[in-house]
Design a protein around this ligand. Structure first.
Ligand code: CP
Ligand code: NVA
Length: 305
C-alpha cells in the first residue's frame, strides 16, 4: 500500500491491520504517549475545502508520532490553477515525507498520487472520505467489541462519506443498508465495488428510498449533511428532497434498541439530525470525531515510517 486514496483498492487484510494498529496507538496514547516513530518527518496538508477535524487531527497525529505538518490552504498553492497538479506533486514531494490532500474532484488526488514520490492520503474528495470511514470502524469496534455481523444503516446522501462507509463495512463484514432519495443513490462503480467486497466477507449491501426500512434491525444509524462542500448552490432543492430523511427520535426508535448514532460532522442540527438524537444517550458522534486522530495515526505510521 503506497497511497491511501479510497478503500476499494485496499485489501481487507491491510484494513484489519490498520484498525488493529489504530487501537494500539490509541491505547498507547491514553497510557502516556506514542513512540516517536515519525521523528523528523513532515506531512504536507493541501486543503481546497474547509476543515476542522481533518486539519487538526492530522496535524496532532503527526505531532504525537514525533513529526510535524505544514498547512497549505486554498489560497497558498492554487492546486491545478496557479500550478499544474503534476508540478505541485513533484516539488512538494521533494520537501515533505507525505501529502494529505482534501480536494473537490477525486481525479485530482489520484493525479497528485500518480506524480508524487511520497505517499498521498485522501483527506476527503467529492468521491470518497476513507480516513473518516476507518475512524468510524474504530468507533463501532470499540462500542460493540467486534464488527463482523453488525448492521449499519445510512440515511441521507449517497455520496463521499456513504461511499467510504459502505466500502469499509464491506471489508469488515458489516451489512450496510442505505436509504436515499431517488437521484441521490451511491454511484454505480462504488455499488459494484462494495457488492463485490461484501460478498467475499459475508455481509450484504442493500439500497432503498425508505429510511424506516433501512434502519430496521440496525446496530448503527449513520447520517451526513444533505449539502456537501461544493453543493451550496443546491441547498434549497436538497432541503426539500431530503426532508423525510432526518435522523430523529422517531426514526431511531425503528432501529435496534441498543443502536448507536453516528455522524461524520459537521452537522446541521435540525436538518439531517435533531439535537435530541445528536446529544442523546445513543450518540457516539463525538467519540467518532476523536477517533479520526487515532485512525489517522495508524495510516501515517503505516505509510510514512
Ligand atoms: N468529518 C470531517 O472530515 O470533518 P472536517 O470537514 O471538519 O475535516
Ligand atoms: N459529505 C460532506 C462530508 C464532510 C466531512 C462533505 O463532503 O461536505
Amino acid at each position: 500500500m503506497k497511497h491511501f486514496l479510497e478503500l476499494a483498492s485496499c485489501s481487507t487484510g491491510e484494513l484489519h491491520a490498520l484498525l488493529e494498529s489504530a487501537m494500539r496507538l490509541k491505547a498507547d496514547w491514553q497510557a502516556g504517549g506514542n513512540e516517536p516513530v515519525l521523528r523528523g518527518k513532515t506531512l504536507g496538508m493541501i486543503f481546497q475545502k474547509p476543515s476542522l477535524r481533518t486539519r487538526v487531527s492530522f496535524e496532532m497525529a503527526m505531532k504525537h508520532l514525533g513529526g510535524g505538518a505544514i498547512m497549505l490552504g486554498p489560497q497558498e498553492i492554487g492546486l491545478g490553477v496557479r500550478e499544474s497538479i503534476p508540478d505541485v506533486a513533484r516539488v512538494l514531494s521533494s520537501y515533505v515525507d507525505g501529502i494529505m490532500a482534501r480536494v473537490y474532484d477525486h481525479a485530482d488526488v489520484v493525479e497528485l498520487a500518480a506524480h508524487s514520490s511520497v505517499p498521498v492520503i485522501n483527506g476527503l474528495s467529492d468521491g470518497y472520505h476513507p480516513c473518516q470511514a476507518l475512524g468510524d470502524m474504530l468507533t463501532i469496534q470499540e462500542h460493540f467489541g467486534a464488527l463482523d455481523g453488525l448492521r449499519l444503516a445510512f440515511v441521507g446522501d449517497g455520496n463521499n462519506v456513504a461511499a467510504s462507509v459502505a466500502l469499509a463495512c464491506a471489508h469488515f463484514g458489516v451489512s450496510f443498508s442505505i436509504a436515499t432519495p431517488e437521484g441521490y443513490e451511491m454511484q454505480r462503480p462504488v455499488r459494484e465495488q462494495a457488492f463485490g467486497i461484501a460478498g467475499r466477507n459475508g455481509s450484504v449491501l442493500e439500497m432503498c428510498t425508505r429510511p424506516q426500512l433501512a434502519v430496521a434491525e440496525a446496530d448503527v444509524v449513520y447520517t451526513d449533511t444533505w449539502v456537501s462542500m461544493g453543493q451550496e448552490a443546491e441547498a434549497a432543492e436538497r432541503a426539500s428532497e431530503f426532508d423525510a430523511y432526518q435522523v430523529n427520535e422517531e426514526l431511531l426508535s425503528a432501529a435496534k434498541p441498543k443502536a448507536i448514532v453516528m455522524h461524520c460532522l459537521p452537522a446541521h442540527r435540525g436538518d439531517e439530525i435533531t439535537d435530541a438524537v445528536m446529544d442523546g444517550p445513543q450518540s457516539r458522534i463525538f467519540e467518532q470525531a476523536e477517533n479520526r486522530l487515532h485512525a489517522q495515526k495508524a495510516i501515517l505510521a503505516r505509510l510514512l515510517k
